[in-house]
Design a protein around this ligand. Sequence first.
Ligand SMILES: Nc1ncnc2c1ncn2[C@@H]1O[C@H](COP(=O)(O)OP(=O)(O)OP(=O)(O)O)[C@@H](O)[C@H]1O
Ligand SMILES: [Mg+2]
Length: 231
Amino acid sequence: MPLVLHMQNVSRSFSSPSGVVPILRNVNLRVLSGTAVAIRGPSGCGKSTLLYLAGTLDQPTSGHIEILGENPWRLSTNRLAAFRNQHIGFVFQDHQLLPQCSVLENVLLPSLAGFNSQGDVRNRALKLIDRVGLSHRLHQRPGRLSGGERQRVAVCRALIHQPSLLLADEPTGNLDPETAADVGSLLLEVAAENDTALLCVTHSDELAARFLHTIQLHQGCAKFGEFPVSA
Ligand SMILES: Nc1ncnc2c1ncn2[C@@H]1O[C@H](COP(=O)(O)OP(=O)(O)OP(=O)(O)O)[C@@H](O)[C@H]1O
Ligand SMILES: [Mg+2]
């Protein structure tokens, strides 16, 4: 199984008026393809920070990150954007849909950026939107959707390019239990179908229980972890 995400001694601190605040300390993590890992821990412990680093949206203060064997920070800005677009899907905690675009356009956004032209992307978008039960909302703008509907659109957008690495930050946070279970199933099923490495932050015991592996963040530290755990 290919190694998708490799973090070595990764730390991230932030500057504040009262000095430098360490958030993540010496995180070591290896996640192989086809592996789904839940990330848990109290609010403010650094779960989103960890996901941003894994998603190349933020750079570590120290340590080393490789994705699919590539050090993303050695790439030019344009190549990094293309790499991210091709290999990484991100479901943000606050979904971050573009308000002026419809549901369909939001899901198609990664392909509109022009980095990836594989297959019939529009058909895949329509299938994903149907799978989350939003076909009747295709041409609505996010402002007219409920929080849960927006979250489902954000999940479709993250899945549109069948990423090798799927990062989901509390993807069921805004959803009622039934929809949350559906969205959880969608993430796990699509990840399994495509041999995706899935890292999913969740406060939900129900969702976490469906993952074979869990990372518990304690004060920004994650013990050395390899997923799946080697024998
Ligand atoms: N850009 C930043 N500048 C300064 N501090 C930051 C920044 N990003 C995050 N932090 C701080 O780092 C800590 C961890 O934030 P993070 O968003 O990773 O927490 P979390 O575990 O995702 O919490 P939650 O469960 O509430 O989403 C918080 O104290 C936060 O204020
Ligand atoms: Mg968070």
